[in-house]
Design a protein around this ligand. Sequence first.
Ligand code: ZN
Length: 270
Amino acid sequence: MKYAIVSDLHANMEAFNTILSKCYEVGVEKYICLGDIVGYNAEPSACLEKLKSLDVVGIVKGNHDEYASNGDNEMEGFNPHARNAVLWTREQLSEEQLQWLSKLPLRTSIPAINTTIVHATLDSPDSWGYVFDTHHASDNFSYQFTQLCFCGHSHIPIAFCKKPVTMRSDKMIEEVPEWAYLRHEGMVPSNPNEADSMSIDIQPGWKYLINVGSVGQPRNRDPRASFAIYDTEARRIVRYRLPYDIATTQEKIRAAGLPEKLATRLQKGT
Ligand code: ZN
């Protein structure tokens, strides 16, 4: 069975449709969403309805989903652009859609595939913290009782593994190096107009904490839409990076009167 894991769609339909085409092409049957369906970009309602039309077996709430649906006008930690976009988003969604968002859980598990999902961190999901290094990963692993955990929130793909105690390794928790590629400031993708992918083969007895990157607003200096597919038979997780029609997404942001910075950042992947 193939599961697509998508995070931080952020109301970007061009990016969402692009990754869905790949999902149909490779035979994805089930979907997992790590939150932040809305916010930043211009098509929150379409994005939400598209997601609801898929066979979603696990979904959690992101901080943008929370702020859009809970009536909180403070939005602690948000910059003015993000805040403006949340206020605009609220106006675009029906009462039913806002209710649906507000009822999403902060974390959940998918026992069939020994997986937990959360938007931010397992140790304190409503604090909206980030996982950037092995210390953060270690805190998470303390609360991770499944082999796999997928998270989002930072919009930066990163993966950690925790080896079994029987290995007696010096470093029990390590970053999976394949996924660190292109994360650092100043690095640019070799071929930003081409699709590519990278994979992690799941080892028996190891645990994994994996951020799949963002579909709708990547921030790792790679503007391509990022998501992953877990093939449970092959025991392999493949992360895809797909170019999409950024210009159209930008036009929609401008036509909606959303902050210009939200349009320009998409082409830089910041
Ligand atoms: Zn987000």
